[in-house]
Ligand binder design. Structure first.
Ligand code: NDP
Length: 392
């Protein structure tokens, strides 16, 4: 039976490890490795099944190869940071082991993420006879599968797509991010970008907003247009899409803090000299901000992430909405992490399950929407992420 090697012992790594441990029939042995083995051991101690742990610098391909050769996993599940993606893919190629991640590669010195760097590995993965599954979190991840499901079950063609991500939770802190602060702030401060009839249109960061009425009592909230990586793969693999946009909610308090931090230069990613040493302001800011992992016991409320889709079925126009609601406190009670890590970690485990059970298979580099959505959709509610769909 298969073995899995999880890399990254942060908020998402904690959820993935708990979730893989719940599925003994798929994940026979689990090894959790990260830069700091103490964090791996702390997570392993929360779980009744034995979890192997290891220290590894995932930017060191040689060290990764040695670890893979020792642990002999069938799949490497990368929940470290986007900077490590290519190094971990290189190690998988060298050892002939399947690869999965939840965020696409981003060069450390440039706040720009895109799939090209990872798609360029397609031939090498194909020729090695192994598979890379990219973006198996919630967004990207479940949102891609929602689109594939909508296309399979409800539409002949999807024409307009709005992915809408709402965190209606509150952690009570003056300013904190729900996942890695460095990655989160790089993403939020980047220009907005959306797809319209074959053209990518750019907007100033967070300059486009509107109201959206979220279901199940969450209610009206302001949503802001951003660029998000799944727009790139969805417009590639679902060529009928004429417009694709991504929206996220932010509290006024979050935006005010972010504006001040940007204005004073604290979100810069280029090094500045301070007392004779190079300091990257955003990395320093990350060290000051609360660790997202510490927000678990403090966070109340729910998330609601879904896809609003317009398209055509049997010659008639149709509008459809599919979403998941996840409760922060319920997630914390189960796995000791808040809902942002939970909604990422559960689909990472299910994606690994799809690959290891052969329900999704292929040789090369793939995005989630390229596979049959049905087996994945079936597992989501079973492992804590129920979904609801409505024809509008
Ligand atoms: P964290 O910062 O909490 O965790 C990252 C972990 O990776 C930390 O344990 C960190 O170690 C470890 N790490 C970093 N660099 C290295 C390295 N060179 N070698 C080994 N380990 C390393 O982040 P999150 O858990 O919040 O996020 C994990 C991933 O999930 C990110 O890529 C993020 O973008 C993605 N994500 C995806 C979402 C989706 O829906 N698709 C949503 C949210 C997150 P240390 O503790 O020493 O710093």
């Amino acid at each position: 039976m298969p073995n899995v090697l999880i890399i990254g012992a942060g908020g998402v790594g904690q959820v993935v490890t708990h979730k893989c441990a719940q599925v003994l029939e798929v994940f026979e042995t689990i090894c959790l490795a990260s830069r700091n083995i103490g964090k791996c051991n702390r997570i392993a101690a929360q779980i009744s099944r034995p979890i192997r742990t290891a220290q590894v610098d995932a930017d060191d391909v040689g060290a990764l190869v040695s670890l893979i050769q020792t642990e002999k996993p069938d799949l490497v599940l990368n929940v470290a940071l986007p900077y490590q993606d290519l190094h971990i893919m290189d190690a998988c190629l060298e050892t002939g082991v399947h690869y999965l991640d939840t965020a696409n590669y981003e060069p450390p010195d440039e706040a720009r993420f895109c799939y090209r760097w990872q798609w360029d590995y397609y031939e090498r993965f194909r020729d090695r006879g192994i598979m890379a599954l990219l973006g198996s979190g919630f967004d990207p991840g479940v949102t891609n599968v929602f689109c594939a499901w909508a296309k399979k079950m409800h539409f002949d063609e999807i024409r307009e797509l709005d992915i809408i991500d709402c965190n209606a939770g509150d952690h009570g802190q003056p300013f904190a991010t729900n996942f890695n602060p460095e990655i989160n702030i790089r993403e939020v401060t980047a220009p907005g970008r959306y797809y319209q009839t074959g053209v990518w249109r750019k907007t100033a960061p967070l300059s486009v907003s509107k109201e959206f009425d979220f279901p199940e009592g969450i209610g009206q909230k302001k949503i802001y247009l951003m660029y998000h990586e799944e727009l790139e793969s969805l417009t590639r693999y679902m060529p009928g899409i004429q417009q694709a946009r991504f929206w996220m909610t932010f509290s006024d308090n979050y935006l005010k803090h972010l504006e001040v931090l940007e204005n004073v230069g604290m979100t810069r990613i280029d090094p500045v000299i301070y007392e004779g040493r190079e300091v990257v302001p955003l990395k320093f800011l990350k060290a000051l901000l609360p660790d997202p992992g510490s927000l678990g016991p403090l966070t109340r409320g729910r998330t609601c992430i879904g896809c609003l889709i317009k398209g055509v079925k049997d010659g008639k126009e149709k509008q459809y909405y599919i979403y998941n609601i996840c409760d922060h406190e319920k997630a914390f009670k189960e796995v000791g992490s808040q809902a942002i890590s939970y909604t990422t970690g559960v689909p990472a485990m299910i994606g690994a399950m799809m690959v290891l059970t052969g329900k999704w298979s292929g040789k090369g580099v793939f995005n989630m929407e390229q596979f049959d959505p049905e087996p994945f959709m079936k597992e989501l509610p079973r492992y804590g992420l129920p979904w609801t769909e409505t024809i509008l």
